[in-house]
Each structure stands twice: as structure tokens, then as C-alpha cells.
Write a protein that binds this ligand. Structure first.
Ligand SMILES: CC(C)(COP(=O)(O)OP(=O)(O)OC[C@H]1O[C@@H](n2cnc3c(N)ncnc32)[C@H](O)[C@@H]1OP(=O)(O)O)[C@@H](O)C(=O)NCCC(=O)NCCS
Length: 185
């Protein structure tokens, strides 16, 4: 089993690849949207310097522990998928975001499913997890579509745009992922 995820992942409609400096305009175009960031820990209002910092962080991140893929649809970046790999705990944390213009087309599911499959195939992890603002129904549904289970809700665990909110934790164990991926073969 190798331990570094691929930098490029192709899905039916998307190309996941590392960020490049010239992606700043695409990121800024979708991240300034108030709705996009409603449940995401990101600057608000969002400025060009924020997009530059986001893209720079993605480019500089250690691919072994913090891979960040730009989601490229037809040459434009429409979002990102991120993993934080914690080898000492044999776990990884999933993060994702897609531009509002592309919601409800199954694209986030397509991108995240590909990363989840690669993560369990490539890394020696036993657990993948994600957290979200408890009010973010779309994210809850999406995580469940990925096969994740709601494990806990931490009370007033995060502050989102100055409002303290509960945070939901979701997890998927390797054995559960194996059962689902075997069944769908
Ligand atoms: C949450 C988010 C990722 C959903 O993305 P999306 O591209 O619309 O999701 P998909 O089209 O891939 O849908 C996958 C599943 O998620 C669920 N879902 C998506 N949007 C939903 C909504 N508005 N209400 C309820 N369920 C929803 C559905 O179960 C859907 O499957 P279905 O269409 O077969 O019913 C998107 O809103 C987003 O990126 N928001 C901005 C950033 C963000 O909030 N990131 C998540 C931080 S935890």
C-alpha cells in the first residue's frame, strides 16, 4: 500500500488536480458569494487577498498530510476537496466546497466519493471523518450519501459569522467503506 494520494484524479465529469496561482480569479468568483460561505469557516466579507492566501496554502501544503485538490470542470475551478491526514491516529478528515452555480448536480458527491475511495485505497487509515455546522442540512445529507454516520453533536463548538453553533461530527470506518464498495461492485 502506497502512502501518498494521487495529485490528479479523474471522475466522469471532473478533474481533481493541485491548485495553481492563476486559479485565484475562479476561487474569488465563487467564494465572495454570501451563501457559499454561510456554514464555512472562512473570511466574510471575502476579498481577493483571501483567495490568494487560500490558493497559496493549497499549493504549499504537504501532499502527504494535507492534500488539497482544485475541482476543475471544463478548465474552470468550481471548488475544492481537502484531506487532513493524521497517520498517528490512522484517520483523515475530509473537507469540501463547490460553487453555488454548480449545486444540486451531484458534483460534490462525485468529487468527494472519488477522494474517499482513493483515501481508503491508498492510506493506512481506518477512519475518515468530517464536521459541519449543525444547521447545514445539505452537508448532512451529502455526508450520509458518502456512507458516513452521524456520531456526535458538540454543543456550541464553533463560531460561525459571530454566532456560536453546534457542530455535527460524521465518520466512516474502513470496514463500512469496504462493505459499501464491495456491494456496489
Ligand atoms: C453542501 C454542498 C457541498 C452540497 O453540494 P452539492 O454539489 O449541491 O451536492 P450534490 O449535488 O453532490 O448532492 C449530493 C447529495 O447531497 C444532498 N444535498 C445537496 N444539496 C442539498 C440540499 N440543498 N438539501 C438537502 N440535501 C442536499 C442530497 O442528498 C444530494 O443527493 P441527491 O441530489 O441525490 O438527493 C454545497 O452546498 C457546498 O459546497 N456549499 C458551500 C461550501 C460548504 O458548505 N461546504 C461544506 C462544509 S461542511
Amino acid at each position: 500500500m502506497t502512502s501518498v494520494l494521487p495529485t490528479h484524479i479523474e471522475t466522469a465529469r471532473l478533474r481533481l488536480r493541485p491548485f495553481r496561482a492563476h486559479d485565484v480569479d475562479d476561487v474569488l468568483a465563487y467564494a465572495v458569494d454570501r451563501e457559499f460561505g454561510r456554514y464555512v469557516a472562512m473570511p466574510f466579507p471575502y476579498r481577493r487577498t483571501d483567495a490568494e492566501a487560500f490558493v497559496s496554502r493549497g499549493m504549499a501544503a504537504d501532499w502527504a498530510t494535507a492534500p488539497t485538490w482544485a475541482i476543475d470542470a471544463g478548465g474552470r475551478v468550481i471548488g475544492a476537496v481537502h484531506l487532513t491526514v493524521e497517520p498517528a491516529h490512522r484517520r483523515a478528515r475530509l473537507g469540501f466546497a463547490v460553487a453555488r452555480a454548480h449545486w444540486r448536480q451531484g458534483l460534490t458527491l462525485e468529487a468527494t466519493r472519488a477522494v474517499v475511495d482513493w483515501a481508503f485505497t491508498t492510506l493506512a487509515i481506518t477512519r475518515l471523518y468530517a464536521t459541519t455546522d449543525v444547521r447545514h442540512q445539505a452537508a448532512h445529507q451529502l455526508l450520509e450519501r458518502l456512507g458516513m454516520q452521524h456520531e456526535a453533536t458538540l454543543r456550541l463548538h464553533r463560531t460561525q459569522r459571530r454566532v456560536q453553533v453546534d457542530e455535527a461530527w460524521y465518520g466512516l470506518l474502513r470496514v463500512e467503506w469496504e462493505a459499501v464498495s464491495t456491494a456496489s461492485r
